[in-house]
Design a protein around this ligand. Structure first.
Ligand code: HXC
Length: 255
């Protein structure tokens, strides 16, 4: 891999977009490499997939604008669809996904963060959808995910004005979930979170995630009951309940 770096830590895996000279702009190579990570298995010990950007300045400053100049209209549509499909893979993984945002998360970069389930931002985060400055619109899911996170009215305001949000505004609006002081504090947050996940059954984590992913949809409650049954039928559930009754810590086998 050339444009992203994938590292595995004790309880989580970390993708670092590695194009600091272009503020980690998402080019075709970044997308192919992300696709291969989202399509392949991660180590069994990874309970969380984290995405961040290299350097001090940016998570990712958008799609790589230098790739736009020679695109036809239909090729632009294809670019948007391919990005959406890859980001959909990310948002439906069986482990939770977390964007650690420091500096700029703009346009496609913000859309990548929005496709993660949790956003942790440092105090220097700057988040926005500047596509309309280019007479474009968001194309990697931003028109859909932004509205479902912060409501239609605010999504329309921020998309049409291209105004950025700072960390505090983003948390208040619901665009970001947690603010940390700096990147080191972000890593400490991640390590603690992943450690907590390591004590749970990976099966129940996956079942909870896929039910929560359907929240707000017509089938959401049905999905919850389906997944409740699946959890109920696992060996881990017997261990969890048995351990509670026997007043000991459970040892899950993830099945
Ligand atoms: C390609 C980019 C880039 C981008 C920055 N760079 N953003 N290259 N695509 N999205 C490059 C610059 O050209 C420059 O390269 C280097 O990174 C440093 O950027 P500067 O502009 O010199 O830094 P600074 O003055 O600090 O300004 C930072 C910035 C600005 C405010 C973030 O770079 C900026 O406005 N970038 C574009 C943001 C944007 O419009 N994003 C949305 C893209 S459209 P050189 O070689 O000159 O050093 C999009 C659509 C998604 O995302 C949907 C598609 C289907």
């Amino acid at each position: 891999m050339n444009s992203i770096v994938l590292t595995h830590h004790s309880d989580y895996s970390l993708i670092t977009i590695n194009r600091p000279q272009a503020l980690n702009a998402l080019n075709a190579e970044v997308f192919s490499e992300l696709d291969s990570v989202f399509s392949g298995p991660l180590p069994e010990t990874s309970r969380l997939l984290v995405i961040t950007g290299s350097g001090e300045k940016a998570f990712a400053a958008g799609a790589d604008i230098t790739e736009f100049s020679d695109l036809s209209g239909p090729a632009a549509r294809e670019l948007s669809r391919r990005g959406q499909i890859i980001f959909d893979k990310l948002s439906t993984l069986s482990i939770p996904t977390l964007a650690l945002v420091h500096g700029y998360a703009l346009g496609g970069g913000l859309e990548l963060a929005l496709a993660c389930q949790i956003r942790v931002v440092t105090k220097k985060a700057v988040m926005g959808l500047p596509e309309l400055n280019l007479a474009l619109i968001p194309g990697y899911g931003g028109t859909q995910r932004m509205a479902s996170l912060i409501g239609k009215g605010k999504a329309i305001y921020y998309t049409l004005t291209s105004e950025n949000m700072d960390a505090e505004t983003a948390v208040q609006a619901g665009l970001a979930d947690f603010v940390v002081e700096d990147q080191d504090a972000g890593v400490a947050f991640i390590e603690k979170f992943a450690k907590k996940l390591s004590f749970k059954s990976a099966v129940s984590i996956g079942l909870a995630l896929s039910a929560i992913e359907q929240s707000g949809t017509a089938g959401g409650f049905e999905k919850e009951s389906d997944n409740f049954q699946k959890a109920f039928e696992t060996e881990d559930m017997k261990e969890g309940v048995g351990a509670f009754l026997e007043k000991r810590k459970p040892v899950f086998k993830h099945r």
